[in-house]
Design a protein around this ligand. Sequence first.
Ligand code: FAD
Length: 339
Amino acid sequence: MYDVAIIGAGINGSSVAYELTEAGLSVVVFDKDGIASGGSGAAGAFISPKFSKSGELKALIDKAFIYSMKFYEENFPHLLTKAPLQHITHEGEKFPLIDAGIVSASAMCHALCSGAKYKQEEISDLVYEDDYWVLNETYSAKYIVIATGAYKHVIREPYIQLRGVWGHRIDVKTSTINDKSLHQFVSISPSKDGIVAIGATHNLDYHPQTSNKPYDIEQGRAELLEKAARTIELKDVEVLKDYMGLRSGSFDYMPLLGRLVLSQATLECCERKVKVKKPDFENFLYYPNLFMINGNGGYGFVLAPYLAKKLCQHIVKGTQLDNALSPARFFARWVKRRK
Ligand SMILES: Cc1cc2nc3c(=O)[nH]c(=O)nc-3n(C[C@H](O)[C@H](O)[C@H](O)COP(=O)(O)OP(=O)(O)OC[C@H]3O[C@@H](n4cnc5c(N)ncnc54)[C@H](O)[C@@H]3O)c2cc1C
């Protein structure tokens, strides 16, 4: 019996595992393919703010950027490379340099999970009985955290729809010395031992679970090198390694953090209360002791430490989660669109 079972060991699940084990809870983490086997293992893991006009998402990412830089620096300094970052608009306007960083993506997920019990197993069956969740008829836990990224959902609710955006990045050997992170058409890391990371593509045509043609790696490499060349001339380039994976994005681009609404039961008890202009999420019925963390788009390594802290505080201390991130917002919209 565990206090918490986390399904998915990407940066979201791993960050939650870290916070909860630090708070003294017994935690088990499940991943069907291995720690950081999804989008997180492919990430360049640049830790940067959002360079765009103001808005709710920018405000959240900027807050998370400051939090996560401090978090990685204090807790995992050996997995963080601090480097100045230069953002350049597509038109060539250069923003002032800022202090930013890059983390070792896979090693970070492993380190964050190290205080929890880890099991490589796909969770396909979740049943709530006698105040506990039973997973695959074998494991039990008081709380469940679903952190399954863009993969098919363990809990099927029609209002939860996430977009998987395929991304490809590469490590290249080059004789050019680059001393800062450059973000323009793609991100280019500073050189380390003659190696520079370039990423990533945003490919909406390819999906590993639904495309009938294999992914064209050569085309992806060519796109990355062509985009990098528009920012910096890299000499004597040799591609050393490819990394590919799915990012998981929501339809309003904000992450999902919080409880999941029981859609059928809520419709049966109180459809009228859902259909009002500004529904009160407290009127909905929820899966007991079950939370989702997902939809971080291209900012998983920036957002996860911050969101995981919020979720841990909610589970341990009962602090409120932000309604703007609640998956319930999609339920309310889905009900309004239904005939
Ligand atoms: C090429 C690329 C470059 C990127 N670059 C950056 C970057 O520079 N900076 C940044 O911040 N972000 C970056 N991102 C985005 C970032 O990687 C994602 O936001 C992040 O990986 C999302 O993490 P996650 O934990 O939600 O999902 P994932 O990492 O996909 O993890 C989900 C996990 O759940 C497991 N799983 C699914 N279903 C089940 C089940 N039923 N049972 C058990 N396990 C299950 C999967 O195997 C998977 O390991 C990049 C992404 C890509 C693809």
